[in-house]
Design a protein around this ligand. Sequence first.
Ligand code: PAF
Length: 282
Amino acid sequence: MKIITTLAHLRSYLTTFDRPALVPTMGNLHDGHLSLVRRAKPLGDVLVTSIFVNRLQFLPHEDFDTYPRTFDADCAALQAAGCDVVFAPTEAELYPQPQSFKINPPAELTDLLEGHFRPGFFTGVCTVVMKLFACVQPRVAVFGQKDYQQLMVIRQMVQQFALPIDIIGGPTRRAADGLALSSRNNYLSAAERVEAVQLSQALQTMAGALKAGAVDVAALEQQAMAALSARGWQPDYLTLRRRADLQSPATVELATLLAQADLVLLGAAKLGQTRLIDNLEV
Ligand code: PAF
């Protein structure tokens, strides 16, 4: 496995390949990331994993400075998973000038859910992903479905810019108790780690109620938020959305969308200092 830190080296190394596959990451890899690497491996003739903690997608009060950097362990895990190239540029390499040209995704995709609670987040994500696409020129890129809205925004960006890149979503990997794997799970105390599964359980409870015929979605969402709050969480949202556009379904279309499995439950909530997200297609 090659470890490459400069764009010039990356470009010269990739010239002999026709179909690079890319898995973009911010490092601190867990089995969820490695499953994306394994998913991407057969899709290209060379597999590049990028490791870059992207300052542009963090709000000033967020954890950019403390985001765990575990480069050596990440490289060992990537080698074992079959990665061919780790692209790990410094900030000065990826952003040699202040990155004043940015991708501003449309408000209808980003003024809701994560974009509502983390303003500017998707501008930062789209800008770095576009830049990584320009560096690697992949024919296929794999992103985790745990970041459900991010995957949708990137798919739309690729479609609207007519980029010749297949975007593949990799399923969320979970711990034995059902907690979605996330780099931020490392921030949880032992007691919080036991409690953390309640986010996915809240989504399961909502799914059960919907399948049992509940139609008052607003009440369902409020009950789920109240139940988590009562356990000491600070929920941002627990909500039912259409898979196609992440908008709220109208009551009249609920039964049809449910029958077609075209709905998704999404949740984001803070437990102590740690903000967790999860989703469940229904
Ligand atoms: O999902 C992530 O880890 C990041 O948002 C990404 C896609 C690597 C961009 O920095």
